[in-house]
Design a protein around this ligand. Structure first.
Ligand code: FES
Length: 183
């Protein structure tokens, strides 16, 4: 999906998120509130099925008093922001050197076959899964690895992926670390 195509999907931003955004903005001096953009984009993405429509990015621009292009630039630079729909469980495989030498590309192929998609970024028919390749996640000593939600899964094998997919289908996989941190 191109950055300048409107989705016509309404942007969801709850009162709770709006209040949190105000707190985030208040941490920076007047005129420097653009510095809160990364965290605000995460908040908005989290509330909108883990991806950012053009309308959502435009809303962030409005909130931060920026030109839309300034938000598009940030979103298109970082792989942690999604510009099109993703599966509920998005397997973010590191595809940098250590993980590649430890076989991550074969594992990505294996995973895509298992979830029934032909290419990275495609969402499985049940809406549950998608696969993405990302740059080094800083866990090179545990290669091959991937991020799923807020968590890392390391020393991956086809058997571990099989188990993970089963656990996701059974609703046993936690994605949000804040639920544990705040419990
Ligand atoms: S190369 Fe994969 S985590 Fe660094």
């Amino acid at each position: 999906m191109s950055l300048n195509v409107k989705s016509n999907i309404p942007v969801k931003i709850s009162d709770k998120t709006l209040a949190r955004i105000e707190v985030l903005k208040s941490r920076f001096p007047q005129g420097k509130q653009k510095s809160a953009i990364l965290t605000i984009l995460h908040e908005v993405q989290d509330e909108n099925d883990n991806w950012l429509t053009v309308e959502a990015m435009d809303k962030v621009a409005e909130i931060l008093n920026l030109r839309p292009i300034e938000v598009y630039e940030v979103v298109s630079f970082y792989s942690m922001y999604n510009q099109k729909p993703v599966g509920k469980y998005m397997f973010e495989f590191c595809h940098t050197s250590c993980c590649v030498t430890r076989g991550v590309e074969d594992l990505m192929e294996y995973t895509m076959k298992k979830i029934g998609v032909k290419k990275k970024g495609e969402v499985s028919a049940d809406g549950l899964f998608s696969v993405k390749g990302v740059e080094c996640l800083g866990a090179c000593g545990y290669a091959p690895m991937m991020q799923l939600g807020d968590y890392y899964h390391e020393f991956l094998t086809p058997e571990k992926i099989d188990q993970l997919i089963e656990d996701c289908k059974a609703g046993k996989v936690e994605l949000d670390s804040s639920k544990i941190l705040n419990s």
